[in-house]
Design a protein around this ligand. Structure first.
Ligand code: GLU
Length: 511
């Protein structure tokens, strides 16, 4: 194992967005490429935004995708606990360390006082009040109050927060492995709260402390965290860890299918597509939805699709197994610009993977669906159906839904095409086909094809007069897999009975 260590650090504030899965995937690929460690840390210090069930959802999503952490929440490891709410003392100790070395300070402004200040600033034309190196001079904090008063307030248990003391006039610089050099002027940064009055750290403090303690070497995360990185570098500096801080990579945004703006939760309903890995059941119908899994995607296809949302190998190859992705992946090939969420491409990937999947694997996956529909069939039969249908399927569910006539009788016929094609005087010809099927030996596709062709020649029938009607008789529609292959799956008896029943029915439409 190399010393490369990366982490996926989601906050359990709701179901994990597909962009979060991509972040996890890129971390995983980077770790595997370099023989490193991929860990899962749950950043749940914002109790106000905590959503029950979200952590389980995250873990289940990663499991479904096959991007399994080596270490972390739900697995364990040398730096446990990996759930931040269980690491409170660690953050408190570190916040106090920053207070003692002068990098942070106590602030006693109440929420009401902060609101009042914001309003008075707005009234004076400043709508962007920031608690920063200028405004802090007029606020209630350890930089303005006499030392004995600060001690008194602390001793009497008054509410306080700890804020980062951002220096006035410095440049913070770091090299982003995707974006190159990024710099911030400290004068523009606010004095972020590090420790809240409930004793919980904010994201900024907990994130930096944990990345350091958990020996994270590379931080790979979404672009939305880029603006926070100035503060993060200042925190590393304040702790004296700047020389060994992780290397940053900020991933490009995922854009809506039309390329206009960031892909959002609501785009799922709007475009009729999944934007989450798994279904989420919320109290209200409106907030509940299906994920890629329930839409009938194979996880391998989702992974392949996501890998290409912002990265490409620089070759023509588009189909990559997870192992091949691990091999080919590199941070340098990630693009800076946003990646369009092309749902058609996702479906294309799924078709490719369905087509290539083993029949028995697919059968196992669609079994619950077939059972839910009340179909009683063996695993072998399911596998035959999958073999027949997978070349045309976009979703796993298509293997069941579009094949309903292979599980039971034809439910509805394409009457329009029957009326157009069926001539009652041809009934004897079709009956001859049924008779032929009764004795064709072996009952396999090549033999059936040969016999039917011979019979058509003998009776001077054109394929166009025969095949579409045979197909409709068996499947109800003009679409579907090969006619002879269908016959083989249905078996001789069912085929013959079905044909005869259908021909009688055709007569009633065109007497
Ligand atoms: N907890 C943050 C999130 O929810 C993690 C950001 C980071 O990776 O630093 O995305």
């Amino acid at each position: 194992m190399s010393n490369i260590r990366v982490r996926f650090a989601p906050s359990p504030t709701g179901p994990l967005h597909i962009g979060g899965v991509r972040t996890a995937l890129y971390n995983y690929l980077f770790a595997k490429k370099h023989g490193g460690t991929f860990l899962l840390r749950i950043e749940d210090t914002d109790q106000g935004r905590y959503v029950p069930g979200a952590e389980d959802y995250i873990i289940e999503s990663l499991k479904w995708c096959g991007i399994l952490p080596d270490e972390g929440q739900g697995i364990g490891g040398p730096f446990a606990p990996y759930r931040q709410s269980e690491r409170k003392e660690i953050y408190q100790k570190h916040a106090l360390e920053l207070v003692s070395n002068g990098s942070a300070y106590y602030a006693f402004d109440t929420p009401d006082e902060l609101d009042a200040k914001r309003q008075s600033e707005a009234a004076a034309g400043n709508h962007n009040f920031k608690y920063d190196h200028i405004s802090r001079r007029a606020m209630k904090n350890a930089l303005t109050l006499p030392a004995h008063e600060v001690q008194h307030r602390l001793a009497t248990g008054e509410d306080y927060v700890i804020r980062l003391k951002v220096p006035e006039n410095e440049t913070v610089m770091f090299t982003d492995l995707i974006r190159g050099e990024v710099s911030f002027q400290t004068g523009e940064l606010d004095d972020k709260v590090l420790m809240k009055s409930d004793g919980m750290p904010t994201y900024h403090l907990a994130n930096i402390v944990d990345d350091h303690l958990m020996k994270i070497t590379h931080v790979i995360r979404g672009e939305e965290w880029l603006p926070s990185t100035g503060h993060h570098v200042l925190l590393y500096r304040a702790f004296g860890w700047e020389a060994i801080m992780p290397k940053f990579s900020h991933l490009p945004l995922i854009l809506k299918p039309d390329g206009k703006g960031k892909l959002s939760k609501r785009d799922g309903a709007k475009f009729g597509m999944p934007v989450f890995p798994l279904a989420w059941k919320a109290e209200s119908e409106e907030d509940s939805f299906d994920g890629f899994r329930e839409f009938g995607f194979l996880p391998q296809a989702v992974i392949n699709f996501l890998a290409f949302l912002g990265w490409n190998p620089g070759t023509e190859q588009e189909i990559f197994s997870l192992a091949e992705l691990c091999e080919a992946f590199s941070l340098e090939k990630i693009s800076k610009g946003g990646a369009r969420f092309d749902y058609d491409k996702a479906k294309w990937y799924n078709q490719q993977y369905l087509h290539a999947a083993a029949d028995s694997d697919l059968a196992a996956q669609i079994k619950p669906l077939a059972e839910a529909k009340g179909y009683q069939v063996s695993d072998e039969y399911l596998a035959k159906v999958c073999h027949l249908m997978k070349g045309r399927a976009t979703f796993l569910s298509d293997l069941v839904v579009q094949a309903s006539y292979l599980f039971g009788d034809v439910q509805s016929f394409d009457n329009e095409n029957i009326v157009k094609r069926w001539k009652p005087e041809s009934h004897p010809n079709f009956e001859a086909l049924a008779v032929l099927m009764e004795s064709t030996e072996p009952f396999d596709a090549p033999t059936l094809e040969e016999r039917v062709k011979n019979l058509m020649t003998e009776r001077s029938l054109k394929p166009g007069e025969v095949m579409p009607l045979l197909r409709i008789a068996l499947a109800g529609t003009m679409q579907g897999p090969g006619v002879y292959e269908m016959m083989v799956v249905l078996g001789r008896q069912r085929t013959v009975a079905r044909l005869r029943r259908a021909f009688d029915y055709f007569d009633t439409l065109n007497p």
